[in-house]
Design a protein around this ligand. Structure first.
Ligand SMILES: [Zn+2]
Length: 313
């Protein structure tokens, strides 16, 4: 998946991602990398930078959702029946067995009924609302498909992997918001995750169908699957936001792994401060100005709280 995602990213992102390997060249980049070599975890220093920022880009990953108890179906113990996400979240799996893939997504949608935004989601949304009154902007760029940022009240949201609560027609391509529970009668009570559960084997015509005039095409979840590329329009918006941001936060994902690895290095290379809020530091952390270790539900709220210099009318 990583390869195809990189193919649709601006070349400069990739080249700058290797900045750290050029320690022995005599370019200006080298000097820059050396200067970035000591990330600070001084919150007072971060708060100074935060107070001056006019355009803040916040990149969020799975860690933020995990703190709300959202399962990712990745890694140890991350199974739905006997599969992990990378075996079900593919166009091939859907072509082979749309009923099984819909059971998986139906389960994930239903699970979200009992999940709520955590203090990290809420701190981000409150920060956007407050700063907008001061003529300052916050944009959230997320790989999470659970809409918890939206639930928390975030308005300016770029969901680079789509959403569990959107569908796309495999026939006419129409994208629509869909919060129905169950999404169709045939899926009611289906999707149990236990390994013993039998496939429901629902006929295609009873799976979610397009409601556009006379289409009746099979709907699929409007999410980016393994092997698929990101929506170029959303990527362009992301690029635009990263070009104007004067502070970048990377939350709940390491800066060495996708998606932050695609975006944060280009921001950092412009000399813009990047602050990581993640469970642990990584070697790439050294490229960034700040790093705060720990659960982001704990570290983020004090970081984004009202600064004493903020004037709210
Ligand atoms: Zn359609």
């Amino acid at each position: 998946m990583l390869m195809s995602l990189f193919q649709c990213t601006a070349r400069r992102v990739v080249s700058q991602a290797y900045c750290g390997l050029k320690a022995y060249s005599s370019s200006k980049k080298q000097k820059f990398c050396v200067e970035m070599a000591r990330p600070s975890s001084n919150m007072a220093d971060f708060r100074e930078v935060f107070a001056k920022a006019k355009h803040i880009a916040i990149i969020t990953g799975a860690g933020v959702s995990a703190e709300s108890g959202v399962p990712t179906f990745r890694g140890a113990g991350g199974f739905w029946r006997k599969w992990q996400a990378q075996e079900l979240a593919t166009p091939e799996a859907f072509a082979r067995n749309p009923s099984r893939v819909w059971e998986f997504y139906h389960y994930r949608r239903e699970v979200m009924l009992s999940k709520h935004p955590n203090p990290a989601h809420i701190a981000i949304a409150e920060c956007e609302k407050r700063l907008s009154k001061q003529g300052r902007s916050v944009v959230v760029i997320t790989q999470n498909i659970d809409e918890l940022h939206r639930k928390a009240g975030t308005k300016h949201l770029l969901e680079i992997h789509g959403s569990l609560f959107k569908t796309r027609c495999t026939n006419c391509g129409n994208v629509a918001a869909n919060y129905k529970s169950p999404i169709c009668p045939a899926l009611a009570g289906k999707g149990a995750p236990d390994p013993e559960t039998e496939d429901a084997a629902i006929p295609v015509e009873q799976l979610p169908q397009c409601e556009e005039d006379g289409c009746n095409g099979l709907l699929r979840p409007h999410v980016v699957w393994f092997g698929e590329t990101l929506d170029p329009d959303i990527l362009m918006e992301v690029e635009k936001e990263l070009d104007i941001c004067d502070l970048c936060l990377v939350v709940g994902t390491s800066s060495v792994v996708y998606p932050a690895a695609m975006f944060a290095p280009q921001v950092s290379a412009r000399g813009v401060p990047v602050a990581e809020f993640n469970m642990e530091a990584t070697p790439a952390t050294n490229r960034f100005r700040f790093h705060f270790s720990g659960p982001c539900g704990t570290t983020l709220p004090p970081a984004l709280a009202r600064h004493e210099t903020e004037i709210i009318s």
